[in-house]
Design a protein around this ligand. Sequence first.
Ligand code: ADP
Ligand code: ASP
Ligand code: MG
Length: 419
Amino acid sequence: MARIVQKYGGTSVGTPDRIRAVARRLIARKRAGDDVVAVVSAMGHVTDELVELASAICSDPPDREMDMLLSTGEQVSIALLAMAIHAEGHDAISFTGPQVGIVTDPVHGKAKIQEVRGDRILEALAEGKIVIVAGFQGATEDGQITTLGRGGSDTTAVAVAAGTHADVCEIYTDVDGVFTADPRIVPAARKLDSIGYEAMLEMAASGAGVLQLRSVEFARNHGVVIHCRSSFNDSPGTIVKEADSTMEQAIISGVTHDTSEAKVTIRDVPDRPGVAALVFTCMADANVNVDMIIQNVSEDGTTDISFTSPKTDLVRAKRAAEEVVAELEARTYSVDESIAKISLVGAGMKTHPGVAAQMFRTLADAGVNIDLISTSSIRISCVIEGDKVGTAVRALHTSFGLDSDAVIAEVSPGCGEEV
Ligand code: ADP
Ligand code: ASP
Ligand code: MG
């Protein structure tokens, strides 16, 4: 008998029929003799609709009240799924995140899970029930409801798997697994059979929303093996685990894109020590996440500082930018929301010079201008104009031989082959 955690995303529980289909899947696993815990997201686009509803009331709702609102989406789907299981003659019980002891820090909207007290889940499993847990939510030590950031149900699932010592964490979604690029943008994308935590972290961090970044971090830190797969068929998906010698060592694992960030530029700031520290201290104090940063060459003792931030942090970023402009007597600040970030990710990149050059050449040939560049040892990212994102991702996917049936020969790192 195994203990399994299965997570179903919004599309997978998007209609009553789909909820019934998920119920039947869970019952089949239970009948096969396994202990089953389901973690579910809100139905379809419910979370987006709740966000819109809030913005129809005010432009900058209090973070605490936003979490009170957004956490309701998952409460609907857990109850409906429990009812669907009951309707099939099986026993199930639904719990909110706080009810099963998902304890988080107090950062509303992007809270981090600190602890999962698995006892209540284990008790219900021992009573023979299928246990259903609301994804995306938890509570602070003093009982404030929090949410874990968009896509956070993945993290709930991994945390519940760790907290209950489950044998596997299956993340069911609307595609067959993790692909070499978003299959909605690149039809020739290829499903990966397995990927190491390190490469998956970079893919998730740079826009592959199929797994939330935090869920991969949590899985790596607690040794949880993720099986990301489709809820619409039984095909094996992608295994995410510690990279080992049996795993493919692709030079490039994938091409990702992210249109969720905006670029903020503070113009004509004095070019002297301490200025960058002040700008980014103000952003940090305002709880603004900063991703890529560039400082232009100084002219006449002043310079521009640009950085990218999630659009969801933009109201706070603008407020902080106003303070910075006043404090530094800078000229002004501007915001560009029409940017995209595209990235090339691959553990084999470490040992293969020439990847960056090929990336920039490919983008140039496709008529795509590069605005900002950042790198890690296994990722190269470029900020480009938002309307070129599809062209750019497809061009890179082809250029690096990732189009299906044309994948670059897998090699072990260090053998010296150049891309
Ligand atoms: P869920 O609601 O099940 O959590 P998400 O919408 O969060 O589903 O994630 C699945 C989506 O992720 C897919 O529909 C796909 O468009 C997108 N996606 C982006 N990059 C990738 C990738 N590299 N591989 C697979 N899917 C990707
Ligand atoms: N419902 C939340 C969202 O849409 C959490 C999730 O689906 O993972 O972001
Ligand atoms: Mg998701």
